[in-house]
Design a protein around this ligand. Structure first.
Ligand SMILES: Cc1cc2nc3c(=O)[nH]c(=O)nc-3n(C[C@H](O)[C@H](O)[C@H](O)COP(=O)(O)OP(=O)(O)OC[C@H]3O[C@@H](n4cnc5c(N)ncnc54)[C@H](O)[C@@H]3O)c2cc1C
Length: 209
C-alpha cells in the first residue's frame, strides 16, 4: 500500500479440534514470525478488525426465503470458498433478491410462496452453477491439507464425484471436549493483544484449566 502502510490478514478455521483455539491469539503469534515481524517493526496500528468467512458452502446454506424475508450474501452461505471470494456472489444474490422484491411489491404479496421465487431464481442462475461445482470443497479437506487439495481440484474439474453431499458438521461439533484436549502447545500471549509491532520478547504461560 502507499504511504509506507501495510495491511496483513490471518485466516484460521473455527472447527479446530482444540477448544483452546483462539484466532486472535494465533494472529498475534503469527506476527512474531521473523518475516512478518520485520514487515511491522517500528510501525503503528491504524486499524484492526475481524470477520467470519462462511466456509461451509453450498450444503450449509440456510433457508433462503420465507414470509417477509430473503437472505443474501455471506449470511446465506453464498461465499465461494474455493476462491475465497464472496463479493460477486453477494452482489448477484442482491440482484436476484431485488427482482423478487420488485415482483412482490407489484403484487403486494410478501408471503413465503411468493418470496420463494428468490430460491427459484437462484437455482436457475450462474450463481448456483458456480457454487454447486465446489459444493464439497470444505469437506474434502477433512482428508488433510494435501489430499484435500488434490481431491477438491479433481472435483472441480469433474464437476463432482463420489458421495454427495459429503457430510458437514457445525464447527462446534468438531471441537474436542475440554477433558480430551491436549494441553501441550497452549500458550497465552495477552501481552501482545492489540500490539501492532511484536519485536520485543514475550513471556508465554499456560492457560489455567
Ligand atoms: C480477509 C478477507 C478477504 C476477502 N477477500 C475477498 C476478495 O478478495 N474477493 C471477494 O470477492 N471476497 C473476499 N472476501 C469475502 C467478502 O468480503 C464477503 O464474501 C462479502 O463481503 C460478503 O458480502 P455481504 O454483503 O454478504 O456481507 P458483509 O460484507 O459482511 O456485509 C455485512 C454488513 O452488515 C453489517 N451488520 C452486521 N450485523 C448487523 C446488524 N445487526 N445491524 C446492522 N448492520 C449489521 C456489517 O457490519 C457489514 O457491514 C474476503 C473476506 C475476508 C474476511
Amino acid at each position: 500500500m502507499k504511504d509506507h502502510r501495510v495491511s496483513i490478514g490471518y485466516v484460521t478455521a473455527l472447527d479446530a479440534r482444540q477448544p483452546w483455539h483462539d484466532p486472535w491469539e494465533m494472529f498475534q503469534r503469527w506476527k512474531t514470525h521473523p518475516m512478518v515481524r520485520e514487515l511491522l517493526a517500528g510501525g503503528e496500528l491504524l486499524k484492526s478488525g475481524a470477520k467470519t468467512v462462511p466456509e461451509g458452502g453450498y450444503w450449509s446454506r440456510p433457508k433462503s426465503a420465507g414470509a417477509g424475508f430473503l437472505i443474501v450474501g455471506d449470511s446465506g452461505s453464498l461465499l465461494n470458498i474455493s476462491r475465497l471470494k464472496g463479493i460477486h456472489t453477494a452482489m448477484k444474490s442482491g440482484l436476484l433478491a431485488a427482482e423478487t422484491l420488485a415482483d412482490a411489491l407489484a403484487a403486494d404479496d410478501f408471503s413465503e410462496s411468493r418470496l420463494m421465487q428468490y430460491e427459484e431464481r437462484f437455482q436457475a442462475s450462474w450463481l448456483h452453477t458456480e457454487l454447486y461445482r465446489v459444493r464439497n470443497y470444505r469437506q474434502r479437506f477433512k482428508s488433510g491439507f494435501y489430499l484435500g487439495g488434490l481431491l477438491s481440484g479433481i472435483e472441480y474439474l469433474l464437476g463432482g464425484f463420489g458421495k454427495n453431499p459429503l457430510p458437514i458438521k457445525a464447527d462446534y461439533q468438531e471441537m474436542l471436549p475440554q477433558a480430551q484436549a491436549s494441553f501441550g502447545r497452549v500458550t497465552q500471549m495477552s501481552s501482545v493483544r492489540r500490539t501492532p509491532v511484536t519485536s520485543r520478547c514475550f513471556a508465554c504461560s499456560r492457560l489455567p484449566l
